[in-house]
Ligand binder design. Sequence first.
Ligand code: NI
Length: 182
Amino acid sequence: MAILKIARMGHPVLARTAEPVADPASPGLAALIEDMVETLADIGGRGLAAPQVHVPLRLVIFLAPGEGADGSDLVTLINPEITPLAKGTVDGWEGCLSVPGLRGLVPRWTRIRYRGLSPAGLPIDRIAEGFHARVVQHECDHLDGVLYPRRMTDLGKLVFESEMRWQPAPPDDDDESGEEMT
Ligand code: NI
């Protein structure tokens, strides 16, 4: 087990398209997942994508209550694909471990279907809404070299975390958005 270094905006690994995982059950991947889980817990974040720890593979982990294996909160998703199920998006505040100290107001689909593989190689096929949908979209963007500022429609809403108190909550915001780093 090890706590991994987080790549920050500007590192090329965050700007490239990550490669599909060839063998979800390989020992090397299991060790990487274990280290990512330990890293996320150490930082106190909500989600982490493999490129954020300098590994250009299509692998993300995130916390969503009760959505993990055996009802746990931790979801590990390999080679994910997202299908929007809502016509509209909703603005919510996001932070990112790779963009430290900042928060941005980002539009995301309100309802999505996501598919992928578990570390055991079993299919995952879920429908998500609210913060669950937001964190999946944020993490999967990392696999395509996209950081949240590129999804923003108003860069006037890119602010320092320490100045967040001046920002009104967006309409339809759920109370989790903006609270944690992904
Ligand atoms: Ni992020």
